[in-house]
Ligand binder design. Sequence first.
Ligand SMILES: NC(=O)CC[C@H](N)C(=O)O
Length: 205
Amino acid sequence: MTTEHDRPVIGVLALQGDVREHLAALDRAGAAPVTVRRPQELAAVDGLVLPGGESTVISKLAETFGLLEPLRERVRAGMPVYGTCAGMILLADRIADPRSGQQSVGGIDMTVRRNAFGRQNESFEAPLKVAGVEGGPVTGVFIRAPLAEKVGQGVEVLARHEGAVVAVRQGDALATAFHPELTGDHRVHALFTDMVRAKRTAGAL
Ligand SMILES: NC(=O)CC[C@H](N)C(=O)O
């Protein structure tokens, strides 16, 4: 799907979490953002953001809304996808400490550990050098954030915090343990929007 001014249509999975902030950041980054709650809406986007929130709740709701399998299928088929925090957990092929019955979408060959940096009241910010993002460090906002404990060979590490892997990319899947949508800095969303644009152009050739 294409809109005027080459704005790729990027969905934000809107079941739970900080959806509004992602819509705003995507708009500033040059995408045409839309909310996704139904399989038909998922089918119509060029790329998708999985927001932060609570991964166990999001995956349960995705199942209830009949979205979990379609999501897996589109990610497997190469739809660009970006997960922040809980969204990063959803994109992990393996979860070190899942809640019983917790499901993931998968897509990135990594093992994540949930709540790896402590509780809500231990939330913090840290400047991060993110590969592919020009113009100085990104402020990483960490809220009960996961980390990638193990990453496969095909996974590119984009950022670390004190040695811990907190941003990764594998093919068309991007994940950050932190929340760029909360900072007013849309450079990571611009990186993702470029990935979506590149994919769409490649598909059109
Ligand atoms: N800010 C967040 O997205 C927190 C993620 C949460 N700890 C989880 O396990 O899903």
